[in-house]
Design a binder for this molecule. Sequence first.
Ligand code: ZN
Length: 499
Amino acid sequence: MSNVLENLQIYLKKMNQYNHVIELLMWDMETNTPKLGFEGHADALTYFSTEQFKMSTSEELSAMLDELEMPQEFETLDDMWKFIVTRMKRDLDKSKRIPADFYESYVMAKAESENAWKEAKNASDYSIFAPHLEKMIEMTRKMAEYTDPGKEIYDVLLDQYEEGMDSETMDKLFDDLKKELVPLVKRILSAKQPDSSKFKGNYDIEAQKKVQKLLLDYIGFDWDKGTVGETEHPFTMNFSSRDARITNHYYEKDALSAMFSAIHEGGHAIFEQQVNPDYDGTVAGSCCYMGIHESQSRFYENILGRNKNFWLPIYEKLGALLPQFQAISLEEFYQEINHVRNSFIRVDADEVTYCLHIIIRYEIEKAIFRDHVSVDELPDLWNAKMQEYLQITPKNDAQGILQDTHWSGGSFGYFPSYLLGSIYDGMFLDKIEEELGSIDDILKDGRIKEITKWLGEKIHQYGSTRTPKEVIKAVCGKEVSAEPLIRYFTEKYTEIYQL
Ligand code: ZN
């Protein structure tokens, strides 16, 4: 092995040790730190983050990467190291183009904007947030001009979260979807709705945690490589493929919420647990593409978890842990977990209307960055689109444009990845059925772990080494298309709602 490569490996190991401490501190602050412990944690976190940032942008690192990119060195590298060197060099070059003083003012503006958003949401007063939103839009534009000069701004933003997915591809996918889903949702909403009243009750929290254990075991979560914590909003984080953690939130009045969050976050964690461990601690590991990641959590949550056959092998066990379900038939349960409602809040939406919530955000982001629509016009634009696609108009901005945190932190271009995830899922479902047989049969027989194994072999093991388009091409052998997802929705909901 060349000397430079060895030096790079030693350097990366040190960077990872800093990273490890940073992540451990963040995990502890989210799940476990007592009120008066935060200051000490935040102090240590600032120190380790600063050191880590210095290392990730240093001249020393830059020189090593430059050397490894020279043909005589590069040719001696194996594929994994070729990927790592190319990717790190590209990212380093991008961040080097951002002037330090601009970056500093961006970080400050972002913190102020996030605070203003919280205040605005609590008061349901858009005018508190509007000037900050305007500033974040302006700074985001500028940031994109620095990192990717000459490229179309919104494409740069999309690329940050789902590399290679340009808005031309997305326009086509989302338009196809919208054309079919808007009338489908209309038909569903005018059909007879399931009766939710049986689900009202008090669900013991400890019993809900046992259900969570049951579900995570069932889908193939590896407890030797993961654990579960409790937070206000569920999320997944991972140190490496050997340690992927999830959190959940339990509601006494609603058992379904924690069940489906466990399946969703469990899907994210299983992905990370199945990444090739040789990639740990490098940019080849932990999958950085949000759409692909979301495709896996949503595959477990929606395609598998909202299939009646998923529950067949475990429904009795569920009733033993939460006796309320003994009075609910599997058929009634199935209807309720697929209950379509036109509601205001994205995170509470069912799998069908969820797509429309995302399309609204995507169209507004395009209006901002392409058509230069002003910040003052956005709430009306939001409400008009809600009315057009979901036939409801928010009564206030808290349940409208102020509901999500993403834009306050400058995460423009993030929303579409949620929907791309579902679009990929339609394609993965087709491919699994082609290779493993009917998904209903697999689930009915309790062979769900065969699916987890398939996803591991086809998708998870590659971590970040394949871009989303490469994943789709390699797994499905064709270009990305919304047709399979549209077909899945149409067939499933035509049956459930007897359309
Ligand atoms: Zn997710």
